[in-house]
Design a protein around this ligand. Structure first.
Ligand SMILES: Nc1ncnc2c1ncn2[C@@H]1O[C@H](COP(=O)(O)OP(=O)(O)OP(=O)(O)O)[C@@H](O)[C@H]1O
Ligand SMILES: O=P(O)(O)OC[C@H]1O[C@H](OP(=O)(O)OP(=O)(O)O)[C@H](O)[C@@H]1O
Length: 236
């Protein structure tokens, strides 16, 4: 058996993951045509490459179907209990902040406390709760609860979340931002205390995967190559 390493199947996250491993003498490559979701690892024995959607990597780690996986900390925090995986290394790219934003013209709403007050007023006026569009339901619920905001409802949005305000399917959003351009283009403003989580691409290990002797040997070789030092072992 070998160590299964899951990496994003497309886009910048995949390119930067391949570069990160290449800088450490490990070549990850797609096999077959560019559209085939299989790959190879050169320069290291006993490690198999699996190309997966970044959003599916947390679930595959938790199920133990892959031993290692590269994805965003935001996706892992949203989808998994903290003890399902171990963070091995932050990779230094894919930086994004999960934030709460409101329409820029809501000049009275600067903070989460202001949003709480606005939510109560909104309900009194409109007869339904203020809607917050997001795909990060668990993280957003926890954050709103910690800030004592209860008078709202989540609206599921799996993409183009910033557009929901313009399209009047939500009054506020909780989404990731890196340059802030998408928020600005959609006339949205981040609340001053509206940072839910900072995220970057990270290499995770599955605690509950099958770590037999062969996998432990392959892991040790990989850990040395990428300079993990005396990091705790995922199976311990
Ligand atoms: N604009 C961005 N800048 C930096 N990182 C980003 C940006 N957008 C998304 N990310 C990060 O990339 C990771 C993957 O995000 P997301 O699941 O939206 O990607 P995707 O390409 O839509 O993946 P999927 O294959 O699951 O559809 C997340 O961890 C996220 O934080
Ligand atoms: O702050 P910025 O640099 O503008 O980046 C933020 C945008 O990037 C992500 O979207 P993505 O392109 O992944 O598409 P999505 O809407 O399908 O999530 C995110 O959902 C924001 O929309």
């Amino acid at each position: 058996m070998s160590v299964k390493l899951g990496v994003p199947s497309k886009g910048r996250l995949q390119d930067q993951t391949f570069e990160w491993f290449a800088e450490r003498g490990i070549t990850l490559e797609r096999s077959g045509s560019g559209r085939e979701y299989a790959g190879r690892v050169r320069g290291l024995d006993g490690v198999e490459l699996v190309l997966l959607s970044a959003g599916e990597i947390p679930r595959e780690l938790a199920a133990g179907r892959i031993h290692l996986g590269v994805t965003g900390q935001d996706l892992v925090a949203e989808k998994l209990a903290p003890d399902a995986v171990m963070e091995l290394a932050e990779l230094g790219f894919g930086h994004a902040d999960l934030i709460v934003a409101v329409p820029a013209f809501w000049i009275d709403v600067e903070t989460m406390d202001d949003l709480d007050a606005a939510a109560a007023a909104f309900r009194a006026r409109h007869g339904h709760r203020l809607r917050v569009a997001t795909k990060y339901h668990n993280l957003v619920r926890g954050f709103f609860q910690r800030h004592g905001v209860a008078d709202y409802q989540l609206v599921d949005s799996q993409g183009a979340t910033e557009g929901t305000v313009k399209h009047q399917t939500a009054e506020a959003v909780a989404d990731i931002t890196s340059t802030g351009e998408t928020l600005r283009a959609n006339h949205l403003r981040i609340l001053s205390d509206g940072l839910i989580l900072r995220s970057q691409a990270t290499l995770f290990a599955a605690r509950r995967a099958a770590w037999g002797d062969a996998e432990r040997d392959a892991y040790a070789a990989l850990a040395t190559r990428i300079g993990l030092g005396a990091a705790p072992l995922p199976w311990a």
